[in-house]
Design a protein around this ligand. Structure first.
Ligand code: 6PG
Length: 252
């Protein structure tokens, strides 16, 4: 389904979603390595992306990727130590990194434990500018793939509704305070997401159905959820299960 918001792939079960999305991840990785010598991917936190990482780390797909050419970044991070239960880095390490051989210098953790989040955010933005190919307007770099989950409130990365970071168009990485969780996070901003060659959005489970219904009701309107604010310069693909979109008919 060709949509305002990209292409929608709908699956009857979460397992089918994760299998297809993992295979697409592998295909994008192979294409980037073949054409550009490396695959630069921003990973997401969340239980839905975690299930994809676990699928990727199974022997069949694990063997299909030249992990020595993969460069791992993070789309966001909770401001906790890397061994904390809430750490996205810890989740990615346990569900994927410990099963594949990516050179340590190619794994770029967001230092959520930093005492100076502003400096850490700026340092990560400089990393992106130095490691990624320039984006369309020569800006601070475009990923081959940005992976995103979506919260029940339509947030992506750590871009939550009613937070000032939604309006950020200059900084590529910024700290964000979440009053409702009384927590800090680090996140990439929309300019980085929008510039990606590919965006893969993973949405599963009935808690996401109300927002999905609103997003895909076919009416053109001002975006109300962060997920609707993405303006992809490249390809955007939704991988959605039936529970998250019981009323959508398109199955690819
Ligand atoms: C995080 C993610 C966040 C997540 C969504 C979906 O750090 O948690 O960046 O954006 O992807 O909240 O999470 P679930 O897949 O667990 O619903």
């Amino acid at each position: 389904m060709e949509l305002d918001h990209g292409n929608l792939h709908l699956f009857d079960t979460p397992e089918a979603l994760f299998d297809a999305a993992a295979r697409r991840w592998v295909a994008l990785a192979r294409e980037a390595v073949d054409h550009r010598g490396g695959f630069h991917v921003a990973l997401s936190g969340g239980s839905t992306p975690k299930a994809l990482y676990e699928r990727l780390s199974r022997p069949d797909l694990r063997a299909a990727v030249d992990w020595e050419r993969v460069h791992i970044y993070f789309g966001d991070e909770r401001c906790v130590p890397p061994d904390h239960a809430d750490s996205n880095y810890r989740m990615v390490k346990e569900s994927l990194l410990q099963d594949v051989s990516i050179p340590a210098v190619q794994i770029h953790r967001m230092m959520g434990e930093s005492e100076d989040l502003e400096a850490t955010a700026d340092g990560y933005a400089q990393l992106l500018a130095g490691r990624l190919s320039p984006d369309a307007d020569g800006g601070a770099g475009r990923f081959d793939l940005v992976m995103l989950g979506m919260g029940p409130d339509g947030h992506v990365a750590s871009l939550f509704p009613q937070t000032p970071v939604l309006e950020e168009r200059h900084r590529r990485v910024t700290p964000v305070h979440l009053p409702q969780q009384s927590a800090w996070r680090l996140t990439i901003t929309f300019p980085v997401i929008d510039a990606a060659r590919h965006i893969m959005l993973l949405v599963a489970g009935q808690t996401k159905a109300p927002v999905m219904k609103e997003v895909f009701d076919g009416r053109r309107r001002k975006p109300r959820f962060p997920v609707e604010m993405i303006q992809p310069q490249g390809e955007m693909e939704w991988y959605v299960d039936r529970a998250a979109a019981p009323e959508l008919t398109e199955v690819t």
